[in-house]
Design a binder for this molecule. Structure first.
Ligand code: 5GP
Length: 206
């Protein structure tokens, strides 16, 4: 029987929603899930390790990776480049293991083009009132700044439409439970179970 491919989970959502925190919290209790380590041109923060948090690259090296089609997706985010090394993801999926990407929204849309069968999870802010308060600040922001931030938040929330699931990040452990539930349900889908049973039924008929 051919090896069944793993599932590709893409965890994305607006900036500041807590993607990184949720993804780190998932690690200890979803041990079979493989985390894709991204390449970036940003400088390492204190405590970050090469090959663990990111593969830290020069601009030139990142350019080369783009040219040689080594990235499944890439995006510029506040002045730095971020991208997902393609080969690792493909090899891991082909080996039957599930992979999770934690990436910003432009990158997630690119992955959707290439891997429409992926499972796209939009991590959403818990409270729109709170979001509005954060955007309007303490009344010190100019009309223009507020307008610009509102437009940005709206554009980011609009992207929800392209995803399969919306997980509210009200509490990190709850968000993790919801993501785990999604993965379990996706594995139980008929389409992913049926081949195994067909094989068995065919053997019985012989
Ligand atoms: P940070 O610099 O705080 O680690 O990450 C900044 C943003 O880049 C976060 O929203 C994170 O999800 C996103 N990011 C991290 N790796 C990748 C990647 O490989 N591709 C894309 N498109 N975004 C990424």
């Amino acid at each position: 029987m051919t090896q069944e491919k793993g599932l590709l989970l893409v965890l994305s959502g607006p900036s500041g929603v807590g993607k990184g925190t949720v993804c780190s919290a998932l690690r200890p209790f979803m041990k079979d899930l493989v985390y894709s380590v991204s390449a970036t041109t940003r400088t390492p923060r204190a405590g970050e390790k090469e090959g663990v948090n990111y593969f830290f690259k020069s601009h030139k090296e990142f350019e080369r990776m783009i040219q040689q089609d080594e990235l499944l997706e890439w995006a510029e985010y506040v002045g730095n480049f971020y991208g997902t090394p393609r080969k690792f993801v493909e090899d891991t999926l082909n080996a039957g293991k599930d992979v999770i990407l934690e990436i910003e929204v432009q990158g997630a849309l690119q992955v959707k083009e290439k891997f429409p069968e992926g499972i796209f999870i939009f991590l959403a802010p818990p409270d729109l009132k709170e979001l509005r308060t954060r955007i309007t600040g303490r009344g010190t922001e100019s009309e223009e700044t507020i307008h610009r931030r509102m437009q940005m938040a709206k554009a980011e929330l609009d992207l929800m439409e392209h995803y399969n699931y919306v997980v509210v990040n009200d509490e990190v452990h709850k968000a993790c439970d919801r993501i785990q539930a999604i993965l379990v349900a996706e594995h139980l889908k008929k389409e992913r179970q049926i081949a195994k049973y067909r094989h068995w039924i065919e053997e019985v008929n012989i």
